[in-house]
Each structure stands twice: as C-alpha cells, then as structure tokens.
Write a protein of this length. Sequence first.
Length: 314
Amino acid sequence: MPTLDGDRSANAQTAAAQANRLRSGSNSNPASLRPQANSPQVAKPRQAGNAEPATATGDFFGLRSLLKRPVNSTPPKPDQLLASLPTDRLTKTATNQISEIARNPSLYRRLKTQTVNCDEEMFLFLVRKPEAMIGLWDLMGITNVRSHRVSPFKFAANDGSGTRCEVDLLYGDRHLHLYVANGIYDGQYTQKPVRGRGLFILRSKYHTDAKGNVAVTGTLQCYVKLDSLGADLLARSFGGLIGKSADHNFAETAGFMGQVYQASQRNPDGMLEMVDAMSQVDPTTRTEFARQVMLVHRKHLAVAQPHWTLPARR
C-alpha cells in the first residue's frame, strides 16, 4: 500500500450469544462457501509474558530503585529515528510532529516483540482499522471504549473514564506503520486536564512455512510526551509500571488478532454474525471486515482441501 496521507448494542444478551456462537461450531463442509466449523475460542486476550523494563528518566526521590524497575535503554535521538524512517514519503508537518514528540519524551518503551499467526491482508486491515477489534471487544463485553472514524486515516476513541484521543495514521506499508496520537485525560484522578501526545512505530515482518501458514512478527516503539509537569514526573518515575501494562496490552491484542484469524478460517458464519452486530463500527468498515473474513476462509479451504476450487471474488 502506498503512503497513507454508533451506539453500544442495546441487547447485551444477544451480544453474549453471538460471542458464544463464535466460540463453538459444527463440522465443516467444504462444499459450502460459508460452513459452520469447529473454531478456536475467541475470548478475552491471553496473559502477557514477562515485561521488559521501560525507558524513562528521573528517579522521583529514589522511588524507582525501591520499585526495582531498571532502565532498559535510552530512546533514539530524533535525527537517528528520522534516519530510519521513509522521510521522503512524509510531509514536512508529519516529520516535524515525529521529531517534536521523539525529543525528550516523558516515557519511551520498545514493547516486547510479538508473533502471531495471521493472514497478511487481515493483519493490515486490523492494524489500519483498529476500531474493528474495538467493536468486537465491545460486543463481547470486555471494553467500554467507544471509537469512530473521523477521516480515512484518523479515528477517535473515548474510554468513558475521562480519556479521549484522536489517532492519525501518518504512513503505512507492509512493514511499517506510523501513528501520532493527541489526547487528554480529565477524570477523577487529576484536578486539571492532562494533555499529551504519542508517537507509535509498528514494524512487521512476515514468515510463510512450507504449508503456506503465515506468521507476523511485530515490534512497537512508543513515545509519550505529557504537557503537565506533574504528570511528566510521574510518568518518568513510574515508567516501569506503565510499561508493564503496555506490554500486557500489546500481547493481548496480538493474541486476539490470531484468534480472529483462526475463527475466520474455521467458523466464518460466526465471525460474519459478529461483524454484522458491531453497532459502533461504520458500515464501510464492517463490509471490509466481512470481506477479509471470507478471503481468509477461502484461502483456508484451498489449502485444507486441495481438490476444492477457489471461488472467484465477489
């Protein structure tokens, strides 16, 4: 891909039933384009592995040493970071945003590398349209986050507890995605609103085995810059604790992505029902999600049943 320049479901019982339907299925029937099949459980994302220590500066009167969260490494300097990015394909505004956030961030972390079995096209769709996974989590009752697409490459999210943000996809290709986020927290834990910006760099590699199975390996660099001096001090001092949570969420998201892929292979009917029921996701994104589900299923049938003819795309 070249350079990239609703309401909650009213019936929680229906959502739970749809989630349960996705988790179970009947025997597959290769003669049907949309058979019921035994599917892996698509449930709450898995537990993360051991977290890597965060990079942060400041010691907050020695509290870091008491918490035993050693510093991992320092973030790359802005010029070093820019040298690793395709700046010739970025606008001047985007380059300036990246450089400004990367300069002396309140918190920097390179999250633990994750590997997930997932079709490349499905992976790219979920990475570029994260509201699709948020919609599934909402339907399954495991998040309160509300999200909507603002423009083709920007979406907004609200966690219902005081945090609101807008995320821009500045650039995207098969191996690299650059996001910039602007957010504000105005919840019960602060007297004044705290504003911040984030830079997130996702790098991905693809590996195909002899049977045609694709594994995606992803690394994520996170830069967070808070405008409030007090919040900045806390982020720098408690970087290890914040980073551990980030590692956990990254691992959970990767694991859930793999579950969506497996369910699309083996139980497309259940996946399509859930996609149709994602009320907070716009119709265009739901349509594309359904298309990705069926593409994954067709590829799975073509490999599992070599004698079966791959239908033409509709």
